[in-house]
Design a protein around this ligand. Structure first.
Ligand code: NAD
Length: 351
């Protein structure tokens, strides 16, 4: 990157992010991002880890998600407001920062609404490589909103899923999802019910938005051997699965202290056994053990996945030039003369 001036911070706007994703190609972006996520899961023990800092309100939540590997520091600002969609606003929006631990200076400021959809999907697909039944090709996606296409493409790129069974309480969302994925090599069926969607599916992705304990999947909908990728339950009091499913499943989580507050497992006792995904990805413990096991990824989204995404974007900047230079940091000639810089600015002729 040619940012010799340290006060200039590269900024990736929504427009530049879209250009970046299209320039790299969505499948390649997801695949390469998955590699960064796997690398960071393998060195999980190095990171500062804390459950995200959440500010809950009646209609949603605003969260800060920080982490550091000792060299770099990253955080994401993200909201979750299910009712936004009815007002023409996104349910989830985000931006994030990557900084140099040595100087504390930010190195990147970027939009993360699109990036969150990409990192969530890439994480789900990374996890499915360890947990989904071998050779699985059919996935049900219940909830066909903003995240859904990203999930479908990540599973295709990383696991070989090419048959989709879509269901949403709002059929126009399923039609939108099918239209957006047309020509990408999927065989797509739009279903009338969640029950119909899960028929014949080896993987079930739930990615609905509702600020309540919903029951998107009931126990009778989940047959043996299925992998469940439960993405939408990611807040206290916001779940998607009936408790009985959890009791039949082997449950895999990102960071237990956060998932116990936010994930499907908030419905269980606080000592219910779960497996930490980093241990599976690092080869310290097994993922799927047998063909009959029900595996559940209780996804809530963890700061290290955002950190991986920030690292990936930073590494694309030099080759693509897809960023703007942001005058974000005060930079007096003499570091202690901050006030003098202000006085000199007053003497500059008005632009
Ligand atoms: P969105 O509002 O764009 O889409 C949600 C869809 O779910 C809508 O089309 C809605 O009609 C549908 N829906 C709601 N209730 C339903 C039900 N009972 N049955 C079937 N469909 C139903 O939201 P989004 O951006 O796609 O996000 C979806 C969910 O994923 C949200 O809850 C969000 O908080 C969560 N999320 C999780 C992560 C993570 O890392 N785990 C990351 C991003 C988003």
């Amino acid at each position: 990157m040619t940012t010799a001036k340290l006060n200039i911070v590269p900024f990736v706007s929504v427009d530049r992010m879209m250009k970046l994703v299209l320039a790299v190609g969505v499948e390649r972006f997801l695949t390469e991002l998955a590699g960064y996520i796997e690398d960071d899961f393998r060195r999980w023990e190095l990171f500062d880890k804390t459950p995200r800092i959440a500010s809950h309100s009646h209609d949603g939540v605003i969260e800060l998600m920080p982490t550091s590997d000792g060299q770099l520091y990253g955080f994401k600002y993200v909201n979750g407001h299910p009712k936004n969609m009815r007002q023409g606003l996104q349910t989830v929006t985000a931006f994030g920062v990557l900084a140099d631990v040595g100087s504390g200076y930010p190195m990147l400021l970027t939009e993360m609404t699109i990036l969150t959809a990409l990192r969530t999907a890439a994480t789900s697909a990374v996890v499915a490589r360890h947990l989904a039944p071998r050779g699985a090709r059919t996935m049900a996606i219940i909830g066909n909103g903003a995240q859904s296409e990203f999930q479908a493409i990540a599973f295709k790129a990383l696991t070989g899923v090419d048959r989709l069974r879509l269901y949403d309480i709002d059929r126009s969302a399923s039609l939108k999802c099918a239209r957006n994925l047309a020509g990408m090599g999927f065989d797509i069926t739009i279903c009338e019910t969640g029950q119909e969607a899960v028929e014949g599916a080896e993987i079930i992705t739930t990615v609905t938005a509702d600020k309540q304990s919903a029951t998107i999947l009931t126990d009778n909908m989940v047959g043996s051997g299925v992998h469940i990728n439960a993405v939408g339950g990611d807040c206290p009091g916001k779940t998607e699965l009936h408790k009985d499913i959890l009791l039949r499943s082997d449950i895999f989580v990102e960071f237990p202290p956060q998932t116990r507050i936010e994930g499907e497992i908030q419905q269980l006792e606080s000592d219910h056994p779960v497996t930490e995904l980093w241990q599976v990805i690092a080869g310290k413990t097994q993922g799927r053990r047998d063909a009959k096991q029900i595996t559940l990824f209780d996804s809530v989204g963890f700061a290290i996945e955002d950190f991986s995404a920030l690292r990936y974007v930073r590494d694309q900047l030099q080759a693509t030039g897809l960023y703007e230079e942001l005058d974000l940091l005060a930079d007096p000639d003499e570091p202690r003369d901050l006030f003098g810089m202000l006085l000199r600015a007053a003497m500059q002729p008005a632009a």
